[in-house]
Design a protein. Structure first.
Lengths: 246, 794
């Protein structure tokens, strides 16, 4: 049976359909679900085996990116908490990563409190471009398994500067190899060039770059792609999640 | 003013003009007299709401009186008369071409052509301008411009899903030395505001902004041009819409406020010192995103019979348009407001953003409401479409408008505008020999604002959301080469991951040529747009184009003359390239006074936006050199004339001749080149446009990380062409091709008999060397060339 993947939407989510398509391509059965449908009880997150928070500008990124969506999730934090504790795969891409950070699910901590943030890029504005990222091979992250040391992915964000104020939390994160992905050239001023982090179980992963935009070789700015393989590095992230739950 | 209003039918001409000025209607004396005559006939005084409705409906912005009106064009002692300039030029070409793949032209909010092989989809394409608002309030003006053109795509047929935004801007030079009047913004501030507006709105909407351009000329110092475009996919069975009598009028999306009162009428006049910023609307992208999400779901469930957007004129024009056959009964007290002090007539004409009007069968309202609530989208039921042909608008017990629709939509008087050819001195003498070396000229040219890199702007736009921007605005080895056209694979609209159909979008724009020869400008612009499509391997025999004219005051016969010539050029180019116009828009009165009180008109500005299908997006090509050892070919004949060139802008060489375009030869050439691209012989193609051949070669080289050794001795050229014209002339219908070593023989067979000649080879060494019959013209390091080019515009 195909694993069911919940692709969470809200007002202003805008990478939902390509994320949906990516999960569909690797053999999941994705479904787009609006946060309102969860809040009304029409849908339950625990009915799914994979969860994705796609990119976008949820609720306009008012207050700060992902904040309002995170607040809306508050009432359902028991369900989301159980989903993660069950080690069902969760991926937050861009605005999805911002949501996971603002909810306190990432970096994982006992109090479930927000201990880090993704702040306005050092350049002061939104940036969309292709960059190189390094994959931390020692990381428990299940999404990045089997990827080469360095891959290309596009970024597209205004608030991507990863900051942890507490030195202890940062050193724990680094010691646990939870920084699954770092920028080869830091585009936003993130501490330690961190582009993506995971929970210690490796099942909950948030990242600023967009793997769904480097899913096929022909999405790369350096073409011709037709001469190469059809699939690109981004595909692996989604495939890993499906393989894990199968 | 109340006095004048209550005695409207007996006012003198002078009093009418005074009232028009106070109320900001921008109606002409003739139009005011016609309104007066109509109300005399009805035997009553009009209400403020009625006069406002008429002013909106009859405005230049809504009715396009100039372009679709009668014109008498005088040139060389002869007079040519047009009854309807637009219909007799642009529309006429489309009618004559009569392409089966055109599904909807000139009737709806956007043009629609067939998309893909399945026969299930149509591609809607539209471009708009938002010039006047951007002159007054650049950020808000640009935001709401983007929002407006997206709503055109949402409001075409029963709604298309936007998959691409385009934007093309014209500004004064950021370092312009001209003295500006106190009320104007410096060009750099306008540029920053506009870019930020497009960024913040487009990015939040989740639509990739992936095509367009930026053009600098001091003619745009006081009147920047902001062209915004949008393309979307629509199922073919959702193209037809019809309001049924008895349907409910439902407004969804944003609320109504006092922002944007008189936007339509204000953009139908020149900008003056006291122009009010309240005429510019306030944007809220997230409201529009909700509207988009609701609309796509409701469309697929068939919950409404018709839809259109609230643009200029607000409810008055949207409801007026939808109800033009059925009439409309509107109760304004039902409107959701964001301002409690708003007058009823203001609710009726407010141009508050993010609103769409749906025509909903009563039985479907509950279904629609469920979706609106699920997406947290505001809405209100404003009334019904009764079927009696009458427009009745009330607010509680008060009557705001009570008029027959026929008067509103049929009554507008029009008068003949005089037009004449502008007198321009053209010199075709040999261009003066440059004082600087060709290498230095090239570096200066690469740094010219009209040539240099746009990365600092493009990087601020999310040009890849939806995961379908296959050919990006920046491409090549370093992801920064300047692309010719964007190619979109609309996976987020079709959801079909095994269908590799896509479409390309490009532009052609050349106001520098328009100053010298508006007719040739139109030809060159269409040619450039088609050639850009060719450069990515699009099916150019299926090109569809949009015209967006911007001009100064049409009261000036020379401005009208420019327009006539450009429109005739559009007609002739459409016929020659077999490329029908499917939609268009015009914006006049782009004129303002400078500090000294002198009139500052913009040059005639025609943006051609073009789209063509890409059969297999995986095979689309980019512009950078791919492999050392490849051959470099120049397709097309280089001709004399430096008119309209970047070179002349940097250092006038005494020659301002524009070489006429041989369109038949161009079409023959492009057909052959497309065959070669499709056969896989050509991994890179780049057009020769601004800056000429030297710039094209430099861009292909530094974007690919390969040098090239070029000798132009075999390049096809007009007799007696100087090296300056060969390197930096901008004669049209030329492109540079890279040809894979093993496929040169096949390539030559496919282009046999065409003016295509080998000019050199791609090399590993990072140097661009160009010779002419052995004599070196320049030899430059790629790093130096790229350094000059890669400037931070913003």
């Amino acid at each position: 049976m195909k694993p069911k993947a919940i692709i969470l939407r809200g007002t202003g989510t805008n990478c939902d359909i390509e994320t949906f398509n990516s999960f569909k391509y690797v053999g999941a059965e994705p479904e787009l679900v609006h946060i309102n449908q969860l809040l009304s009880g029409e849908k339950q997150v625990l009915d799914y085996s994979i969860m994705a928070f796609p990119g976008g500008f949820s609720y306009g990124d008012d207050i700060s990116a992902g904040k309002i969506y995170a607040v809306k999730m508050g009432r359902l934090s028991a369900d989301f908490g159980k989903f993660i504790k069950d080690k069902r795969p969760v991926i937050g891409i861009c605005n999805g990563f911002q949501i996971l950070v603002k909810t306190g699910f990432l970096p994982e901590n006992k109090a479930n409190a927000q201990v880090s943030t993704l702040y306005t890029n050092d350049c002061g504005h939104f940036v969309a471009k292709w960059i190189k990222v390094r994959i931390n091979k020692k990381s428990p992250c299940l999404f990045t398994k089997g990827l080469p040391d360095e891959i290309e992915l596009p970024i597209a964000h205004g608030e991507g500067k990863f900051i942890i104020e507490d030195k202890k939390i940062l050193s724990d994160l680094l010691a646990g190899e939870l920084h699954a992905m770092t920028y080869s050239e830091n585009p936003n001023g993130s501490m330690r060039g961190i582009a993506g982090i995971t929970n210690p179980a490796g099942t909950c992963f948030g990242l600023m770059p967009h793997p769904e935009r480097n899913f096929y070789a022909w999405q790369n700015p350096d073409r011709p792609a037709a001469a190469r393989e059809a699939l690109a590095a981004g595909c692996q992230f989604f495939k890993n999640a499906v393989d894990y739950v199968k | 003013m109340t006095d004048l209003l209550s005695n409207f039918t007996s006012l003198s001409k002078k009093q009418l003009a005074e009232l028009d000025g106070t109320c900001g209607w921008s109606l002409s004396a003739l139009e005011l007299a016609e309104v007066q005559r109509q109300f005399r006939g009805m035997g009553r005084q009009p209400s403020r709401g009625e006069l406002e409705t008429i002013a909106q409906t009859w405005s230049e912005h809504c009715k396009h009186k100039t372009f679709s009106g009668p014109v008498a064009f005088r040139a060389g002692g002869r007079v040519k008369k047009y009854k309807n300039l637009f219909k007799e030029t642009i529309v006429r070409a489309t009618r004559k071409l009569n392409k089966k793949w055109c599904l909807s032209v000139f009737t709806d909010n956007a043009g629609i052509v067939q998309f893909g092989k399945s026969g299930k989809w149509g591609l809607a394409f539209k471009a708009e301008t938002h010039n006047h608002p951007c002159a007054v309030e650049p950020y808000g003006g640009a935001e709401t411009g983007v929002g407006g053109v997206i709503r055109d795509i949402l409001g075409v047929g029963l709604g298309a899903k936007p998959v691409l935004n385009t934007d093309s801007f014209c500004f004064g030079y950021p370092d312009s030395k001209k003295k500006l009047p106190g009320n104007s913004h410096p060009p750099e501030r306008i540029m920053r505001g506009v870019v930020e507006g497009v960024r913040d709105y487009g990015n939040r909407m989740g639509i990739p902004t992936a095509a367009g351009g930026i053009y600098f000329d001091d003619g745009y110092l006081l009147n920047p041009l902001v062209y915004v475009g949008c393309a979307g996919l629509i199922p073919v069975e959702k193209i037809a819409k019809k309001v049924m009598p008895g349907d409910l009028i439902v407004s969804i999306g944003g609320r109504t406020g006092r922002d944007g009162i008189h936007g339509a009428t204000f953009s139908s006049a020149n900008i003056e010192e006291d122009t009010s910023a309240s005429a510019v609307q306030i944007g809220h992208a997230i409201n529009e995103k909700k509207t988009l999400d609701v609309l796509m779901r409701a469309r697929d469930l068939g919950l409404y019979n018709a839809v259109t957007d609230c643009g200029a004129g607000g409810f008055s024009s949207a409801i007026g348009e939808l109800g033009s056959q059925t009439g409309a009964r509107v109760r304004l007290e039902n409107a959701q407001l964001k301002d409690s002090l708003i007058e009823p007539w203001e609710i009726w004409v407010s141009e508050s953003q993010e609103r769409m009007i749906l025509s909903v069968p009563k039985a479907r309202l509950a279904g629609l409401e469920a979706i609106l609530k699920a997406e947290s989208c505001d809405y209100c039921v404003l009334g019904t479409f009764p079927g009696n042909g009458r427009l009745l608008v009330t607010h509680g017990a008060a009557k705001v408008v009570d008029l027959p629709m026929a008067f509103l939509h049929g009554g507008v008087p029009n008068f003949e505008k005089p037009a004449r050819r502008r007198k321009v001195k053209i010199s075709a003498k040999k261009p003066a020999r440059p004082a600087k070396s060709y290498g230095r000229i090239l570096k200066a040219m690469l740094a010219h604002p009209n040539v240099c890199s746009r990365h600092s702007v493009i990087n601020q736009y999310d040009h890849e959301v939806q995961g379908g921007t296959v050919i990006k605005p920046m491409q090549g080895k370093y992801g920064d080469g300047p692309g010719d056209a964007a190619v979109i694979w609309p996976q987020a609209a079709t959801l079909d991951l095994s269908d590799f159909s896509g479409f390309a979008v490009s532009h052609g724009f050349n106001p520098a040529a328009g100053k010298l020869d508006p007719y040739q400008m139109a030809l060159h612009s269409v040619d450039e747009a088609v050639r850009n499509l060719l450069c990515v391997g699009a099916e150019i025999s299926r090109t569809a184009i949009l015209d967006n004219f911007c001009a100064a005051s049409p009261r000036d016969p020379e401005v009208m003359g420019d327009l006539v010539l450009a429109a005739e050029g559009c007609h002739d180019a459409a016929m020659a390239y077999g490329a029908p116009f499917i939609s268009g828009k015009d914006s006049f009165y782009n004129q303002a006074k400078d500090a000294g009180g002198n009139e500052y008109p913009i040059p005639i500005s025609l943006l051609i936006s073009a789209t063509a299908p890409v059969e297999d997006i995986r095979k689309a090509i980019t512009m950078n050199f791919k492999e050392a050892g490849s051959s470099v070919y120049l397709a097309g004949v280089s001709r004399g004339g430096m008119g309209g060139s970047v070179y002349n802008d940097m250092a006038a060489c005494g020659n301002n001749f524009i070489s006429p375009l041989d369109m038949k030869a161009a079409v023959r050439l492009y057909t052959g080149v497309l065959k070669a691209i499709k056969s896989g012989c050509v991994p890179a193609a780049h057009d020769v446009s601004q800056g000429g051949l030297a710039v094209t070669l430099a861009e292909m080289a530094f974007s690919g990380g390969f040098g090239a050794e070029i000798d132009l001795c075999d390049a096809k050229r007009e007799d007696g062409l100087t090296p300056l014209e060969l390197l930096f002339g901008e004669s049209p219908a030329r492109l540079v091709l890279e040809v894979v070593p093993g496929k040169e023989h096949e390539f030559l067979k496919l282009v046999r008999g065409l003016p295509v000649s080998k000019i050199g080879c791609v090399r590993d060494s990072l140097v661009l060397e160009v010779r002419d019959a052995g004599a070196r013209l320049f030899r430059e390091d790629l790093s130096q060339l790229k350094k000059s080019w890669k400037r931070e515009l913003i």
